[in-house]
Design a protein around this ligand. Structure first.
Ligand SMILES: [Zn+2]
Length: 262
């Protein structure tokens, strides 16, 4: 069973909705595949977080007061008989509960949309990585010199990507390339580790917080997404997960010797 088949059915598996045979196949795959096990863990975590953290927004006191005043004044004018006041109050509580459900639902949808958006970019960066290797169009500027690669992007992008040579750590820079992702031109920096090529896609990030998403696997390639210093990075390669994670950390620290060109 392939990872993509497993990932497709993971949600149903988590909900116990897969037939016994399929469920056994998925379990066998999970026993041997850390990437799919991680995905299952994340999915389970999201479900638990939803149960625990879906926000509850109490109505503001001013609204509470206005509604109860209106109800009481209607009641005192005889528009709402006493017994119906209780019904009206229950209706108001029901409406408040509905608001909570709607807000919780919005939060859920936003989380899922963010998750899905992330998956779409992931598929794009993997396709781009594969294309760069297939079309022998790995680099537009082939150079191990960060002082050559960085200025090459001048005038080609509306930002200047940080370019760091990591050859001292075993990840020599071999060049750069213009690429097009998420409807915008982005920088692709190409590194090599032993015989493996690594594409590092970089573009400015709107958010102000640094983050690193867990490594994921797509079509046999490993993908790491991290955000730091106002830039978002997508790192993709067939390199093993440990060594790719090492490169991701080196990019954050600017290499062991701090030789980054900021
Ligand atoms: Zn798998």
């Amino acid at each position: 069973m392939l990872c993509e088949d497993v990932l497709e059915r993971l949600s149903a598996f988590l909900d116990d909705e897969v037939d016994p045979l399929g469920s056994r196949e998925i379990q066998q795959h999970l026993d041997a595949c850390t990437s799919c096990t991680d995905a299952l863990g994340r999915m389970r975590g999201l479900a638990e977080r939803l149960r625990a953290e879906a926000p509850y927004y109490p109505a503001p006191d001013s609204l509470r007061v206005r509604v109860s005043q209106a109800a009481w004044s209607d009641a005192s004018r005889g528009r709402i008989p006493g017994r119906r006041l209780a019904v009206a109050a229950r209706g108001w509580l029901g409406a408040a509960a509905a608001v909570v459900v709607v807000l919780g639902g919005t939060w859920l949808v936003t989380s899922l949309q963010r998750e899905e958006g992330s998956r779409l970019i992931e598929r794009e960066v993997v396709s781009s990585h594969i294309r760069s290797l297939m079309a022998s169009h790995l680099t537009d500027v082939a150079s191990t010199d960060q002082h050559t690669v960085k200025p090459w992007f001048n005038g080609k992008l509306d930002f200047s990507p940080p370019v760091t040579d990591l050859s001292a750590s075993g990840y020599p820079l071999i060049g750069g390339r213009l690429d097009y992702l998420r409807g915008r031109p982005v920088a692709a920096l190409v590194y090599q580790h032993r015989k493996h090529f690594i594409n590092v896609f970089a573009w400015p990030d709107d958010g102000d917080s640094d983050s690193e998403a867990p490594l994921r696997t797509q079509q046999g390639y490993h993908v790491i997404h991290e955000t730091h210093g106002g830039m978002t990075y997508w790192i993709v390669s067939d390199l093993n997960s440990e060594e790719l994670s090492t490169l991701a950390r080196l990019l954050v620290t600017g290499g062991t010797k701090g030789s980054g060109v900021p």
